[in-house]
Design a protein around this ligand. Structure first.
Ligand code: COI
Length: 384
C-alpha cells in the first residue's frame, strides 16, 4: 500500500489552481515565480544543473490505475515516505535532453522520440512501467510552454546555452519487500545550462579506471539508471584526484576494451577518415548524440564504425598517428574534445587543441539544433 502523499506538498497550497489543459497536462501555475531579474541573471551564467525553473511536470502511476493525474505544477521539494522503494533499492531511471531557442524565438528539442524509446528500455530493465510516448513528449511540451522564459537565447554561435530537461521516474511505494514497486512517479524538471565542462571546448583530461568497473554483461549499463552513475563516482573521485575531468571505464570481463565515460560516450577519429565508437552492448548507453554523429558522419566525409576498441589499439594508434582525434559526446557534454588519457603507468596524448573533425562535427550538430542549418533529417520537434 502506498502513502498517497506525493501530489500536493504543503508548500504549494498558496498557489492558484489555474487549470489550463495543455496536451492532457493540467497546469497549476506558480504564483511566486522567481523574479525576472534573478531569472535573467541565471540565464547569463547558468553553469550546469544548479538553477531550476519555476515548474515541473508530474504523472503518477499505480498498478491499479496506470498513468494518471498529468500535470505541470510549481517546482517544489517532493514529499516521499522514508520507506519509498527508490531510497532502498534504487528503482529509478532518468533521461536528459535539451530545449534550444532559435533566432526567431521558437523553442525546439532534438530527436525526443529516441529518449522516449530509451526511457522505456530503461524502464523494462528496472522493472518500472512503460510510459506512453505521448506522455513523455507531452510532458516536455507542457513544461517548456509554461517555463519558456527560462530558455536562454544564445548570444553567439559558440554559445551553447539551452534549457536542460531532466525527466525521471522513481519507485514511490512505501514497502520494504524487494519487488517491483506498485506505485511510481514520473517528473520532468528543467534548468538553464551552459557547457557541462567549465572550460567549454578546451580539451579535457580523462582518467582510465582499470580496477573499478561501471557495468557488466547482463547488467544495467545500457539503461539510464541512477545506479550506473552511483557506481561511477568513486572512479570519478579518483579522476579528480589525478587532475582529470572525467573517468573512462573498460569492459568488466577482460578490462581490455573501451566501454564508456562516467556520463558520456566516446569517439575516435582516424587518419583515414573513420569515426569509431564502441558498439552498443549491455554496458553502453545508446546515446542520442552518439547516434546522431554516426548518422552525420558521411556528410562530413567520415566513415562511421561501431566496434570494439582496445586500449592497446588506441595507445598504438595515437602514437603512430593513425588515431588523430578523440572526444566525449552526450546531450550534456555535446562534443568535448579529449586532450589526454591518463592511466597508471602511461598516457595517451591528443594535444592541447580540439581536433578538426571534432569541431566540424560539433558545429554541424549545434547548427541543426539551434536552427542555423536546415534540419534535413526532421530531427527537431517544436516545444513552444
Ligand atoms: C546527458 O548527457 O544528458 C547525461 O545524462 C549525462 C549527465 C549524467 C550529465
Amino acid at each position: 500500500m502506498g502513502t498517497g502523499a506525493i501530489d500536493y506538498p504543503d508548500s504549494v497550497t498558496h498557489h492558484t489552481w489555474e487549470r489550463v489543459l495543455m496536451s492532457q497536462f493540467a497546469v497549476l501555475r506558480n504564483i511566486q515565480p522567481q523574479p525576472e531579474l534573478v531569472r535573467e541573471n541565471i540565464k547569463k551564467a547558468p553553469g550546469f544543473g544548479q538553477y531550476f525553473t519555476d515548474h515541473m511536470a508530474h504523472v503518477r502511476y499505480t498498478i491499479e490505475e496506470g498513468w494518471q493525474a498529468h500535470q505541470v505544477k510549481p517546482y517544489a521539494p517532493l514529499q516521499l515516505d522514508p520507506a519509498a522503494a527508490v531510497f532502498h533499492y534504487a528503482q529509478e531511471i532518468f533521461e536528459g535532453l535539451k530545449a534550444y531557442r532559435h533566432a526567431d524565438g521558437s523553442i525546439w528539442t532534438f530527436r525526443p522520440e529516441r529518449n522516449a524509446a530509451r526511457i522505456n528500455r530503461s524502464a523494462a530493465r528496472l522493472a518500472l512501467p512503460q510510459l506512453p510516448e505521448e506522455d513523455f513528449i507531452g510532458s516536455l511540451k507542457a513544461l517548456v510552454e509554461v517555463d519558456q522564459q527560462w530558455v536562454p537565447t544564445p548570444e553567439s554561435v559558440a554559445d551553447e546555452s539551452s534549457l536542460y530537461l531532466r525527466p525521471f521516474m522513481i519507485a514511490s511505494e512505501r514497502f520494504l519487500g524487494v519487488r517491483a514497486s506498485h506505485e511510481v512517479d514520473y517528473y520532468v524538471i528543467s534548468c538553464p545550462v551552459g557547457p557541462y565542462f567549465s572550460g567549454g571546448i578546451k580539451p579535457v583530461s580523462i582518467w582510465l579506471s582499470e580496477t573499478l568497473k561501471r557495468a557488466g554483461q547482463g547488467g544495467t549499463g545500457f539503461a539510464k539508471c541512477g545506479g550506473n552513475y552511483a557506481a561511477s563516482l568513486v572512479a570519478q573521485n579518483e579522476a579528480a584526484a589525478k587532475g582529470c575531468q572525467q573517468v573512462l571505464f573498460t569492459d568488466a570481463k577482460e578490462g581490455r576494451y573501451v566501454d564508456e565515460l562516467g556520463g558520456m560516450n566516446l569517439m575516435l577519429v582516424t587518419k583515414d577518415g573513420q569515426l569509431i565508437t564502441p558498439q552498443l552492448s549491455d554496458s553502453i548507453l545508446d546515446g542520442v548524440t552518439r547516434r546522431s554523429l554516426l548518422d552525420l558522419a558521411p556528410s562530413l566525409g567520415l566513415d562511421p564504425v561501431e566496434r570494439d576498441i582496445s586500449i592497446e589499439e588506441w595507445r598504438e594508434g595515437a602514437a603512430s598517428g593513425d588515431i588523430v582525434e578523440a572526444f566525449a559526446c552526450g546531450t550534456a557534454a555535446v562534443i568535448t574534445p579529449i586532450g589526454r588519457i591518463v592511466a597508471d603507468g602511461f598516457t595517451i596524448d591528443h594535444g592541447e587543441e580540439p581536433g578538426e573533425k571534432t569541431m566540424e562535427l560539433r558545429t554541424t550538430l549545434l547548427d541543426i539544433q539551434y536552427g542555423r542549418a536546415e534540419d534535413t533529417n526532421d530531427w527537431l520537434v517544436r516545444l513552444a
